[in-house]
Write a protein that binds this ligand. Structure first.
Ligand code: GLN
Length: 487
């Protein structure tokens, strides 16, 4: 791997700022690494090599700009985020030729901060899945073991960062899609509080659940990216106008966990965990205590209803959001339809994959008259109670800690024949989205049996990403270093 690609985002931006490295040199290193590893990993749906080179050259000609916090840094964004004039497929055939005429706000903010977009990351079609095998184009492999999945749905973003192809990526998380691939690929992944980051330009899956967040190699890197993308945006009515703290200052404030209370939800720790996940996450919690934190048991009694609730609300919203892909306004249209209805049916049948169709059908069903009260309304009520459950737990502690997933990365193909089994793997991540809270995955070591990375999940109070980042930053130095995948 080119020496440069071993650096973290924070390290490379410093080298760029003090001119030890130039933007063109760094971009070339990233493109070289992409070229060397893509045949095996397949993290990217498209690579913007020429655009990246041209931008790097012009940045170098102007010289480093201290007002731009990501000046010259090559980054990747998930292909669900609109990028001006650059294909944005959402991992779907139906958007195969879609080139947006605008940038998503999060993308625009990265660009304004001086970042260089080098690629668009592969994903489960419309962000539906947990393995990135639902992409209409190809499956992404886990750089730690090519026989295993990188997690999903932001698996391309996870794999590209873990393979050292770029210095950070944006993912999106509706029910765990940042935290799961971060955990499976051994990197940091942060899902902000609902409303912290603008969703403008993110193709919607479950609008009341979706959030964009950073996936990086260190907590400091995640803080730097979040700093850039967070904050109110008038173009997203659900983006909240609350101040964004100076995350780097918060990280520098404190190097230990004294005064912090960490809640351990009984429901996350008791059953079904593989022994290596229980061991690595348990050891990380011990470290928290050594660093001064107090660990207390808490309860999230409604956890058992989280999967059922999520898979009603998410599919209901998806069925409504995906109605716009009708073969008329966007993307794929069938050839020679018999009539209008035939055009809709064939365009959507040809354009959407099986999992997306399954969810549209489920979502339409739970919203249909006669079933709405039994399913959708009931799920919305249970969601309210789940949120209260979290509020109660987080009134007894500052942060919650638990595993991200019961196991390490699955083998390719292991879950594809059984969608329900795949849904069950979201057990620890989805309630965070139902409650709208910030959550992250921090790598805490490699599994004793599989040798695969394991992430510890932290969940914070609403809009309190700062405290979560601060704790993760302190803990990061004390847990076994995961490093980059060797590939
Ligand atoms: N695995 C979950 C789903 O398929 C979560 C996906 C996501 O967060 N985008 O819905």
């Amino acid at each position: 791997m080119p020496e440069i690609m071993h650096m973290t985002l924070s390290e490379v931006r410093k080298a760029l700022a003090d001119k030890t490295l130039g933007a063109a040199e760094v971009t070339e290193a990233a493109l070289k690494r992409i070229e060397a590893t893509e045949p095996k990993v397949r993290a990217l749906i498209s690579v913007q090599a020429e655009e990246a080179r041209a931008l790097a050259k012009s940045l170098d000609a102007q010289g480093p700009d201290a007002s731009k916090p990501l000046w010259g840094v090559p980054l990747v964004v998930k292909d669900v985020l609109a990028t001006k004039d650059v294909p944005t497929t959402c991992g779907s055939r139906i958007l195969e030729n879609f080139r947006p005429v605008y940038d998503a706000t999060a993308v625009a903010r990265l660009k304004d901060a001086g970042a260089i977009l080098v690629g668009k990351a592969n994903m489960d079609e419309f962000a539906m899945g947990s393995t990135t095998e639902n992409s209409a184009y190809f499956a992404t492999r886990n750089p730690w073991d090519l026989e295993r999945v990188p997690g999903g749905s932001s698996g391309g973003s996870g794999a590209t960062v873990a393979a050292g192809q770029c210095f950070g990526a944006l993912g999106t998380d509706t029910g765990g899609s940042i935290r799961l691939p971060a955990s499976f690929c051994g990197i940091v992944g942060l899902k902000p509080t609902y409303g912290r980051v603008s969703r403008f330009g993110m193709v919607a899956y479950g609008s009341s659940l979706d959030q964009i967040g950073p996936m990086t190699r260190s907590v400091e890197d995640a803080a730097r990216m979040l700093q850039v993308i967070a904050g109110h945006d008038g173009r997203d009515s659900t983006s909240v106008d609350v101040p964004v703290p100076d995350y780097l200052a918060v990280l520098a404030e404190k190097g230990d966990l004294r005064g912090l209370t960490i809640g351990l939800p009984a429901e996350y720790w008791d059953k079904g965990l593989s022994s290596e996940v229980a061991e690595a996450c348990g050891a990380a919690v011990k470290k928290c205590e050594e660093l001064g934190a107090k660990a207390v048991p808490v309860q999230l009694k409604l956890s058992q209803y989280a999967i059922a609730t999520y898979y009603i609300i998410a599919v209901a919203e998806a069925s409504s959001n995906l109605a716009r892909f009708d073969g008329v306004r966007y993307g794929h249209r069938t050839e020679n339809p018999a009539d209008l209805m035939d055009m809709y049916v064939k365009s959507r049948t040809e354009g959407f994959g099986d999992e997306v169709q399954r969810r549209i059908i489920l979502g339409t069903y739970v919203l249909s008259s006669g079933y709405y009260d039994a399913y959708y309304r009931k799920a919305a009520q249970v969601r309210r109670l789940i949120r209260k459950d979290f509020e109660a737990a987080l009134s007894q502690c500052d942060l919650l800690a638990g595993p991200v997933c019961p196991t390490t990365a699955f083998k390719v193909g292991e879950m594809t024949s059984d969608p329900l089994q795949m849904y069950l793997m979201d057990i620890f991540t989805i309630s965070t989205n139902l409650a709208g809270l910030p959550g992250m995955s921090l790598p805490v070591g490699l599994g004793r049996e599989t040798g695969m990375p394991i992430g510890l999940q932290l969940t914070g109070r609403a809009f309190d990403e700062a405290r979560m980042l601060q704790a993760a930053h302190a803990l990061e130095k004390s847990v076994p270093a995961t490093g980059l995948a060797t590939l």
